[in-house]
Write a protein that binds this ligand. Sequence first.
Ligand code: 5AD
Ligand code: SF4
Ligand code: FES
Length: 346
Amino acid sequence: MTSALKEIINKAENTHELTKDEIVELFANDEITQELCKAADRVREKYVGNEVHLRGLIEFSNICIKNCFYCGLRRDNKNIKRYRLEPEVIIDFATKASSYGYKTFVLQSGEGNIYSLEEMLYIISEIKKLDVAITLSVGEKTEEEYIAYKEAGADRFLLRIETTDKELYQKLHPGMSHENRINCLKTIKKHGYETGTGCLIGLPNQTLESLADDILFFKEIGADMVGVGPFIPNEDTPLSFETGGSFELALKVMAITRLLLPDINIPATTAMETLNSQGRLIALQSGANVVMPNVTEGEYRDLYKLYPGKICINDTPAHCRSCITGKIQSIGRTVSKECGFRKQVR
Ligand code: 5AD
Ligand code: SF4
Ligand code: FES
């Protein structure tokens, strides 16, 4: 590795600032991946410690009105059985999972008004009674809806920008607006949510420059959480014959995100584990400090098919909980007993 590359990593580790050109240089060189991941691991330990936060993921409906080119839940995919869990079932999944230790739930679904506002507020406020933090991942909503969810007890919101390359975004998201997505993120932030965003790695025609822009965007928007993962082609979508993203590049994007946003929460994403059987552990040792095990029960795990090869589709929530706890302990880390809000270092 050249000393110039080492210098860039040192600069990132010590100042948490890099230029776009410097980020691209790190992307373009494969021999630095290990050093980069080690630096991100040190920064993770220094700023957010050795605890790993577990967020219980509830995939409560796979119905979606949007048509994102990469996603198996897209409206035009007729090759998928759609479901919509009743509010009582969602609350029941959360209640059971909270009984074995989850302190945060992520409620994720496709987009559209699949539930009325009243139903959403009921679900949020009932789950809130379990004394847990609630993260929503339900897409683009109106400002009034974001405000109402927050008042009902939601603490955090995840909305990936997917890509900051506007032209690419418009191509892959028919009928959607990049501007509106950014506005949604600003609205979410404005109303006091811990705000999560992120991007897909390896989309067709995505450049290294645009991935560098993605990381700088996370900083600019003031992200509290960033989830990144490789794009994995789904055969029921228009992108079925694309190559998809690589594990290594996704890992590098995640590691540089940790270096530049040292105190945020970063999940070791499920898509990383789909490409590499040790993916989540490698991610946890390259900057990540969060895992989002699935607490959805039964056939719904399989039906929530964003991409093929999803892990844990035949496992129970209890099994995943003990599986991931064992893995985390095997690398000398501990599972947090707290909600795991961002500990902002100023
Ligand atoms: N591969 C990887 N991630 C995907 N997502 C959707 N489709 C795919 C795919 N084919 C991601 C999007 C979305 C999140 C819920 O799932 O980034 O924001
Ligand atoms: Fe719907 Fe989200 Fe999939 Fe887009 S990525 S089709 S909004 S579930
Ligand atoms: Fe689900 Fe390991 S986390 S089986």
